[in-house]
Design a protein around this ligand. Structure first.
Ligand code: 13P
Length: 254
């Protein structure tokens, strides 16, 4: 049995003060949630990491960064390094989010360097992959996902893959209200699991957690999470509100 994983990616939203306003009710709401069934994670902007981390003490919440550089330090204006995150007690990171790939032009090669660095620092990585609408309409979606996974994980040996979660986030579903149907999402998740069997082995393919992202809301979470190969969700907009994010977490339990 794979443990479910529900992550909230706040993107460029919330000041430290607003993060505090979220955390106070949220930690109360999730007290009764059995963490043997589900991991709950929050990925706030870097300036709010400290606040979210402090409010997470003792209640088993995972707190991670939305991105990081692959070097420990140096002349990289505006970047945040794994060593800096470690100093805050942060050891989870999202890498390869489609907004990083498309808006900030991060290549598969750069993402691969970041994944290697993160795992070298014993971080857990949520590796995001996803096709654009144009790629899906021209039936290239499977090839795109294969390329993103194979290049991203090119240097990652089987003994290190247990620290990786894959988030399938079709670009056309992010922030658009257009969720993939549970059947379409399940089909891609099953394909990704098959890829892992080829890239690693059957055991790893069975254990790797593959979560879905793209307009996940309280009203559609349950139907997605019921699918056999969908191990959780990475939630953008609906994770900004403590009640709606809690309802998505709770849909794992219901
Ligand atoms: P939305 O839930 O706002 O569509 O964002 C999904 C996402 O990009 C999570 O990383």
């Amino acid at each position: 049995m794979r443990k479910k994983f529900i992550g909230g990616n706040w993107k460029m939203n919330k000041t430290p003060e607003q993060a505090k306003e979220f955390m106070i009710p949220f930690v109360e709401k999730i007290k009764a949630i059995d963490r043997d069934i589900v991991d709950i994670a929050l990925f706030p902007p870097c300036l709010a990491l400290n606040v979210v981390k402090n409010y997470s003490e003792g209640n088993g919440l995972i707190v991670g960064s939305q991105n990081m550089h692959y070097k420990d330090n140096g002349a990289f204006t505006g970047e945040i390094s794994p060593v800096m995150l470690e100093s805050l007690g942060i050891d989870w990171v999202i890498l390869g989010h489609s907004e990083r790939r498309h808006i900030f032009k991060e290549s598969n090669e750069l993402i691969s360097l970041k994944i290697k660095s993160a795992l070298d620092h014993n971080f857990h990585v949520v590796l995001c992959v996803g096709e654009t609408e144009e790629q899906r309409l021209t039936s290239r979606h499977y090839d795109v996902i294969k390329e993103q996974l194979e290049s991203g994980l090119a240097d990652i040996t089987a003994d290190r893959i247990s620290n990786v979660i894959v988030a399938y986030e079709p670009v056309w579903a992010i922030g658009t209200g257009k969720t993939a149907t549970p059947e379409d999402a399940e089909e891609m998740h099953r394909y990704i699991r098959r890829l892992f069997k080829g890239m690693y082995n059957k055991d790893i393919a069975g254990r790797i957690r593959i979560i879905y992202g793209g307009s996940v809301k309280p009203k559609n979470a349950e139907s997605l999470l019921l699918k056999e190969d969908i191990d959780g969700a990475l939630v953008g907009g609906a994770s900004l509100n403590p009640q709606s994010f809690f309802e998505i977490v709770n849909s794992v339990i219901d």
